[in-house]
Design a protein around this ligand. Sequence first.
Ligand code: C2E
Ligand code: MG
Ligand code: MG
Ligand code: MG
Length: 292
Amino acid sequence: QAKLAGRNRYHVFDAEQDRHMRGQHESLERIRRALKHNEFTLYFQPKVNMRNGTVIGVEALIRWQHPERGLLPPAAFLPLIEDHPLAVDLGKWVIEHALGQIERWHDAGLHMPVSVNIGARQLQQADFVDHLRGVLAAHPQVKAGDLEMEVLETSALEDMAQASQVIDACRKIGVMFSLDDFGTGYSSLTYLKRLPVTHLKIDQSFVCDMLDDPDYLSILDGVLGLANAFGRQVVAEGVETVEHGAILLQLGCDLAQGYGIARPMPAGDFAAWMAAWRPDPAWSDLPLVERA
Ligand code: C2E
Ligand code: MG
Ligand code: MG
Ligand code: MG
C-alpha cells in the first residue's frame, strides 16, 4: 500500500519502480512455471563421521536446472522469493521430494537420513506441522526420525517462541532439527537451551578461519564444550582441506560436511560415492595443533 501511495505522489520514480516491479513479477512467474514444469532438483551432500567413517546422512540442497541458464545454485533464485508465498510452495516441494528420495533409497536397500533446509517464512506457516504430518503419512516406509530440518540460527531467533513451538511439535512426531550456520546469529546460551534441536551446524566461516586465526580455534573449542554440556551434536560445515578435518578431530568434532569430503551430487551418484568413500587417513595422522 505504501508503494502505491508513493507511486501516485512521486512521478519521477514511476518508470524505474514500474520496471523493477515488472522484473520482479516476471521472475516470480518464471519460478512458478519452473515449479510446475519440474525444473527444480535436489543435490545431496554427505555428512560423515570422520573418526569411524560412517555416513550419518545427507543434506538436500536445491538446484534449478534452468533450460537456458544451466544449473543454478539457490543464491540465484531463493532471495527473489524469500518473502513470497512461493517460498512456502517451494519449501513443500523440497520436503516432499526429500521424503520421496529417502523412500527410493530405502527400496534400494540403503538407509539414509536426509536433512532439508527450512526458510524463515516456511517455519512460520500455521500449517507447517500439519503438512509435515501429511507428507510423512503419504510415505509410510519413511521413519520420521530419518527426516531432519535445518533451520538458520537467524530465522529461529526471529521469533523464538514460535520457532521453539514448531520445533517442539515436530520433535513430538519424531522429526529431527538442527540449527544451521550456527555462530552467525548471536544466540545467547539461554536461547540455545530453549531450542529443542538435536544438532548444531557450525558455520563454515569458523572452519575456514581457524587455520589463520587461533581465536577461532578457541571459539570452536567453546562451542563444542557448550554443545556437549547441552547434549547437542555438532556438525562442522565447510571442511575443505585435510587440515580442517585433522584439527576438527583433534578438537573432538567428529561430524563434518564439506567439499573435502564430497561436493553436493545428484541422487543417482550417491550410491557409487558411498561405496568408494573412505575416511582420509591423514585426518588422524597430522601432528597436534598449537592451541590458543
Ligand atoms: P547451507 O544450508 O549452509 O548449505 C551449505 C552450503 O555450503 C551449500 O551451498 C553447499 O554446497 C556449500 N558447501 C558445502 N561444503 C562446502 C565447502 O567445503 N566449502 C564451501 N565454500 N561451501 C560448501 P548451496 O547449495 O549453494 O546452498 C546455499 C544455501 O542455500 C544453503 O546453505 C541454504 O541456506 C540455502 N538452501 C539450499 N537449499 C535450500 C532449500 O531447499 N530450501 C531453503 N530454504 N534453503 C536452501
Ligand atoms: Mg543447511
Ligand atoms: Mg550451513
Ligand atoms: Mg549457509
